[in-house]
Design a protein around this ligand. Sequence first.
Ligand SMILES: [Zn+2]
Length: 190
Amino acid sequence: MNTSPTNPGSACDIIDIDADAEINGEKPEITIETPRPSKKVLPCGGFVFPFSGPGKTASSDYPYALHDTLQLPWTHSSSADGTLTLRSIACRKICAKGRSNCSACADLSKDSILEGILDRAKHGVHEKANYAYQSFSGLIELLRRKNKHIEEMKMRGFNAARRIARQARSLTDHKCFVRAIQKAGSTGIK
Ligand SMILES: [Zn+2]
């Protein structure tokens, strides 16, 4: 095997990577497979949103509309099994071995807005709070209550109208009775 220098650029060149040789004034691009360091990195799994209890889901616990109202420092995604994952906008994409997320995503648990969301998911959202703080289930419950309230108001209005109509009829009858008495008095009927 010929190990002597050959014409630069030839397909038969043998590159001595230790020599740091230059060919035509340019350093050859060399890809060297190096063993992975022992400190492995893994893809960041984001912050898995903890639901407030059994049977609870993203629809019942997470206020999606809040993203349209506030500039939240995370994005959200759901998987087919129902897991809701939040990812910091500063996510580093990778995390160290033994961890499930990067420090930016892990720190989301200390975010005051997210703490508020988790607290409301557990204890409920005040009825007069901005609708953006409600989850889908919370909004459906609010609509149900409002519809019930509207139906009750309609029924009260209907009953009040019937009562007024009945009283008006009684008043008319009373007026007719009074006029009849007056008429009888003026004609001398006894
Ligand atoms: Zn991350």
